[in-house]
Unconditional design. Sequence first.
Length: 123
Amino acid sequence: MEADRGSHRTSDGSSTAVPLPVDRIDMPDCYTFVADMPGLRQRDIKIQVVQRRLVISGERRLPGDPGSAGNSSNQRQQHIERRFGQFSRAIPLPADADVRGINASVEFGVLTVTVHKQHIGEL
C-alpha cells in the first residue's frame, strides 16, 4: 500500500507533502516556534535561515524503510493513515529577529526553535 503523499497548503502559502503546523509565540526577548515532530530525532530535522525565512525541513520515514526507527525486514504495512515523506516549511521572520542566534531542540517529539530579538539600537 502506498503512503498518502498528497500536498498540503499551509497558511503562509507554502506546500508540503507532510503537513507541518507551526505555532509562533512572541516573547519580550525572543520568538519561539513550536512544531510536533513525532518519531523524529533532532538529527533528522534541518533548521536554517534563507532570505530572512526560518526553514524547517526533514523527512518522516515510513516504518520499515531503511534508516527509519523500527525497521524490520519481515514486516508488511497493511493499512497506513499517518503521513510520511519529506517536509519543508519556510516561515517569514519578523524584522527584529536576530538570525545570528538561533537555538533548536527536540524533546518528546516536539521541536522548539528560539530566535532572539535584536535590541532597537541593533536594527
